[in-house]
Design a protein around this ligand. Structure first.
Ligand code: C2E
Ligand code: CA
Ligand code: CA
Length: 286
């Protein structure tokens, strides 16, 4: 375990074994070994994080974020189980479950709301993906233009042709395609220009860098203007403070999501949120 840790570390190659390492390793093993049972027990469910118009406060869409309710470990975050599902090949059926359930839940929400779902590289390259998505949409009676898939910049390989082909097929079905985590790693112009993204999601870490360093601020401004010129929408991730919100609105950013407004929540909490907002609007108009 110490050896593995030393390999992962970038700077210091010396790693001493600690009991915390063992606990982490055991947790990872447990997650791996209970994956197949989780499918049988229907333990995977989507939570939803609302996306807002930063100027009006209106909710414009929701992002589905997978959660696993484990009988022993409690709620497990996707950062722990997505890679496990990738390594066992279960990611394809996990994707279907999340999409199926999210589309069904979307029926209960206002009809102008969009639904964003996250997909990894192997999901994108899976041959049956467009058919599977259309099936889920048809079963739930949801129009294709309400669905958006998010694909992370961190997952883009060096050879991009097959990715562009798969993403184009998705767009041909009427489903929107969004570049997630832009600026978390590369912020490469090539990624912006080689494909006609419907939306670019700016990573919170890029925004942080821009607010702390003038040169990064210049590149962010240039990226925002390029994205606007290319007719893609922008969504800012991780909006956590009012100061950040004000500064982003000043920069011309329209859409965002983050803990300042709301974290991810289950469908019951989301419905409560819509009802309480509708009630507040009703009272304000009296
Ligand atoms: P992501 O797509 O970048 O999702 C945003 C993550 O940021 C979510 O973490 C969300 O809970 C968190 N977040 C939201 N607002 C804030 C904020 O204001 N500040 C900060 N610091 N964080 C915020 P989560 O739910 O743990 O998801 C982690 C990642 O797992 C996601 O990152 C996404 O890449 C992946 N993921 C989630 N669900 C799925 C899924 O169904 N399929 C696939 N393939 N990947 C998924
Ligand atoms: Ca995402
Ligand atoms: Ca993201």
């Amino acid at each position: 375990m110490a050896l593995e840790n030393a390999f992962v570390k970038k700077q210091s190659r010396v790693s001493l074994f600690t009991p915390a390492m063992q606990a982490k390793y055991q947790r990872r093993e447990k997650i791996h070994s209970s994956l197949s049972n989780a499918f049988e027990n229907h333990d995977f469910i989507p939570h939803f994080q609302p996306q807002f118009n930063l100027k009006t406060g209106k909710i414009i869409g929701v992002e589905a974020l997978a959660r696993w309710q484990h009988n022993e470990l409690g709620w497990i975050s996707p950062s722990e189980f997505i890679s496990a599902a990738e390594s066992t090949g279960d990611i394809i059926r996990l994707g279907r479950i999340i999409l199926e359930k999210s589309c069904m839940q979307l029926q209960r929400l206002p009809a102008d709301l969009t639904l964003s779902v996250n997909l990894t590289l192997s999901q994108i390259l899976n041959e049956g993906l467009p058919e599977m998505m259309l099936e889920c949409l048809t079963d739930a009676g949801i129009e294709a233009h309400r669905l958006k898939i998010e694909f992370s910049e961190t997952q883009l390989p060096t050879k991009l042709d097959s990715v562009w082909r798969s993403l184009s097929e998705i767009q041909e079905c009427g489903i929107a395609v969004s570049l997630d985590d832009f600026g978390s790693k590369f912020a490469a112009l090539r990624h912006l220009t080689e494909f006609e993204w419907d939306e670019i999601k700016i990573d919170a870490r890029y925004v942080d860098r821009a607010f702390n360093n003038e040169r990064h601020a210049e590149t962010l401004l240039a990226a925002l203007s390029l994205i606007a010129n290319m007719k893609s929408n922008t969504v800012i991730e991780g909006v956590e403070t009012v100061e950040r919100l004000d500064a982003l609105v000043e920069l011309g950013c329209d859409h965002g999501q983050g803990y300042l407004f709301s974290g991810p929540m289950d469908i019951d909490q989301l419905i409560t949120l819509f009802f309480s907002r509708a009630r507040a609007e009703e009272l304000a108009s009296v």
